[in-house]
Design a protein around this ligand. Structure first.
Ligand code: ZN
Length: 271
């Protein structure tokens, strides 16, 4: 899917490049861009757009929160693509054992499959965020579709918990010209991450631990997955093995844990 979106961005940047050249010719009729200028403009436009769409920290299409203040040693653990059983319940249980509160970005379609799990998440004192309904790629979608993805999941979360979430994380973290603005109009702050540990690649629990350790910077938001998109039976067992070790190592390094909203409040972020 990343290749498809990348191709669409390339086509868009190609037409954008020609628009720039046409615009320059209209404004400066005497200007004769050299034959080498079009590919250079194309490369610059394409690289900038690809960074804007795929870069988790990129503010090109609107600001997202991807790291807390660097003042003191805190981390926010986040879990995407759930609820998926038995993994979400197991993650909640591990967090309970270690007295850690985290943030779960839930998918609407998964909530319809496992509606009871959200209560366990809420009872554990964890924060619940919105990850859209069907995990569809949103950068090239118009506001109506983005709004529908957000609101369908929002309705489910409200029906099950009585509370409206106010954090949204886009599927894959990919953004487009309408995403951040539409999410804000729906009452959400858009959340990204400092570093993903790519646990959905199933690299082995030791690798997940190693990557997490490298990501432990002050104020970091770590991205894990208690599901894998809309897959009904993903294997997240490596995360379950790694998570207790990650929490333990983080504590030994002096880190405390916060939910994303707490991290934002502590960082005095006003979005
Ligand atoms: Zn996701």
């Amino acid at each position: 899917m990343k290749i498809k979106t990348g191709l669409a961005v390339s086509v868009f940047s190609l037409s954008f490049t020609f628009s720039i050249i046409l615009f320059l010719k209209m404004v400066f009729p005497g200007l004769k861009p050299g034959t080498g200028s079009a590919p250079i403009i194309f490369l610059i436009v394409q690289t900038t757009l690809l960074w804007g769409v795929f870069g988790p920290k990129s503010p090109l299409f609107g600001r997202v929160f991807w790291r807390g203040s660097k003042g003191w040693p805190v981390l926010a653990l986040t879990f995407d693509d759930g609820p998926t059983e038995p993994y979400t319940s197991a993650v909640v249980e591990i967090l309970k054992q270690y007295d850690v509160r985290a943030t779960f970005f839930l998918l609407g379609r998964k909530l319809e499959l496992y509606p009871e799990v959200i209560k366990k998440i809420a009872e554990g004192g964890h924060e619940i965020g919105n990850h859209g309904y069907s995990h569809q790629v949103l950068p090239l979608r118009f506001p109506a579709i983005i709004r529908s993805e957000i609101q369908r999941t929002e309705e489910l979360i409200i029906a099950l918990t009585g509370r409206k979430p106010d954090l949204f994380r886009a599927p894959h973290g990919w953004k487009g010209p309408f995403l951040v603005r539409t999410a804000k109009r729906c009452g959400y702050r858009v959340i990204s991450w400092t570093r993903g540990v790519r646990d959905t690649d199933r690299p082995g629990s030791h690798k997940i631990i190693e990557r997490s350790l490298k990501s432990m910077k002050i104020g970091a938001i770590l991205l894990f997955h208690d599901g894998r998109g809309l897959e009904i039976k993903p294997d997240c067992s490596q995360l379950l093995k790694a998570l207790p070790v990650i929490i333990d190592k983080a504590r030994r390094l002096g880190f405390k844990f916060m939910t994303v909203s707490e991290l934002m409040a502590a960082s005095e972020v006003n979005q």
